[in-house]
Design a protein around this ligand. Structure first.
Ligand SMILES: [Zn+2]
Length: 489
């Protein structure tokens, strides 16, 4: 009897230790290509009209996603025992009564002029100085203090090899002159569009009409700023010949909600389960925009239904086989409005900030060459943790074996891609991050970013890679250390 009992205990011990060993192995089975595909198709459906932040469509997609989180076995970790973490967006809009007069000639809002600043401003017969085509450094040589200047826009020194250039050039142009205009203490600036700028007048109109958005701590106040106006090139003679201008720029600021979706799968180790590997995606996109080939819904299949599907697949695996540390799944809202959801969650995480051991973020992960992928936050100045990068490289070797494109992590890369997705706010508060991406393509932010144009074999490989990295980190003895030398601003 004693002998049998001892044998039983021994075999039980053997099977338990076998279990303990196998539980250290990652589990790729629950990550299925066809489920990834199904989820991308559903989230990128026309029904959600491009999931624009601060609209009902973002909320509809969020509710759908919460049902999928529940199905995947994720436990709620948001507000009041739910999956939701609501936050305020701060919308600043240009009011329709806004006016601009040059000399005695009144210009029409949007048609003849576009304001590109968001602080209420009223000038009566302010002195106007025409500077023509001028280099920023030459402005200081002019007598312009307290006056409004008019500048002929040009593309000198502007990098036009950035994606969506037609939506960015007016910011880039304003940036080029900003410092000099402030130093010269001018009261305001009128840019006269050249042909290229004017060809993109509609794009600028759509962007500026939508306004500028913020979140707590970021653009949540009306802060005084220099008024900026754009006029069409046929107004050149007018601004060059007149000496006075008047304007009444009205701005409204109001709050509107957006939402992050947050859930977790608890770890198995009594101590380590208090720490979290954070898997990050964004569920919003840019809504309905200009028509391209008869369609105006920007479906956002690659951007970023792809990573949302990935998070669900990773959760299914963690549900079947949890790791020592817990897994936290965050689907951010309002990413397309300059990372507002992740900025908010990085400031108000649902678990203590110190308990987040790393953020594995993905954005645009199902396109381009099936054998290569980008990993950012990994090389040179942007590297936030040696151990985390090492885990990702090992995971790549054990899994998809991508040829890793490092070039987009270069601080001098024209796209500044490291700063353009949801890992960035976490890096700034001292959490190690990685950014996985299959990089941009010429259908980015167009109605052609559809589910039927994705590469699901690639998406499966990316998902495996992200999961395998997360699995390693979630089971490591020591958490990855944050490199204080990292350049993340
Ligand atoms: Zn995105």
């Amino acid at each position: 009897m004693k002998k049998i009992c001892l044998l039983t205990i021994m075999s039980l011990w053997a099977s338990l230790s076998l279990l303990a060993q196998t539980s250290q192995e990652p589990l790729l089975d629950p990550i299925k290509r066809d489920e990834l595909k199904r989820d991308v198709y559903q989230l990128a459906d026309a029904h959600f009209l491009g999931r624009e932040a601060g609209t009902i469509n973002e909320f509809k997609a969020a509710v759908w996603l919460v049902e999928k989180m529940r199905e995947a076995g994720i436990q709620p970790a948001g507000d009041d025992g739910t999956y939701y973490q609501f936050f305020d967006l701060y919308f600043r809009r240009i009011m329709d009564h806004s006016s601009l007069k040059i000399g005695d000639k009144s210009l029409k809002l949007w048609e003849d002029f576009i304001p590109a600043s968001y602080y209420p401003t009223r000038f009566e017969d302010k002195e106007l100085v025409y500077l023509g085509k001028i280099k920023p450094e030459d402005i200081l040589k002019k007598d312009v203090k307290g006056k409004v200047v008019a500048i002929e826009a040009s593309l000198d020194g502007i990098m036009d090899n950035i994606s969506l250039f037609h939506k960015r050039y007016y910011y880039l142009e304003a940036d080029r002159y900003k410092q000099a205009l402030y130093e010269a203490e001018v009261a305001g600036v009128i840019y006269v569009a050249n042909s290229l700028f004017e060809d993109n007048w509609d794009a600028m109109y759509h962007e500026m009409r939508r306004g500028r958005n913020g979140v707590e701590g970021v653009r949540d106040q009306l802060v005084p700023e220099m008024p900026i106006f754009w006029v069409k090139k046929n107004a050149l003679h007018l601004v060059a010949s007149q000496r006075k201008m008047s304007c009444d720029l009205g701005i409204t600021l109001y709050k509107y909600p957006s939402v992050n979706l947050v859930g977790k799968i608890e770890g198995t180790d009594a101590e380590l389960k208090k720490e979290y590997v954070l898997f990050s995606a964004h569920h919003d996109h840019v809504g309905v925009r200009e028509v391209v080939d008869g369609d105006s819904i920007i479906y956002g299949a690659d951007d970023n239904a792809s990573m949302c599907a990935t998070l669900l697949a990773i959760a299914r695996s963690f549900k079947q086989r949890p790791a020592k540390r817990s897994a936290l799944f965050v689907f951010h809202g309002a990413e397309e409005m300059s990372l507002l959801g992740s900025r908010y969650h990085a400031m108000h995480p649902v678990v203590p900030k110190e308990s987040i051991v790393c953020v594995l973020n993905g954005d645009l992960i199902g396109r381009n060459d099936i054998n290569s992928a980008g990993l950012l936050g990994a090389w040179g100045e942007h590297r936030t943790s040696d151990e985390l990068v090492e885990a990702a490289l090992q995971a790549n070797e054990e899994g998809p074996k991508f040829i890793i494109d490092k070039s987009w992590d270069d601080p001098n890369h024209p796209e500044f891609f490291f700063y353009r997705s949801d890992h960035a706010p976490y890096a700034r508060v001292g959490i190690p991050v990685l950014f996985y991406t299959s990089l941009l393509h010429n259908e980015y932010h167009t109605p052609k970013d559809r589910a039927d144009r994705m590469n699901y074999d690639k998406l499966k490989k990316m998902t495996d890679w992200i999961y395998l990295t997360g699995w390693k980190v979630a089971n490591m003895k020591d958490r990855p250390k944050y490199l204080k030398s990292a350049k993340v601003n």
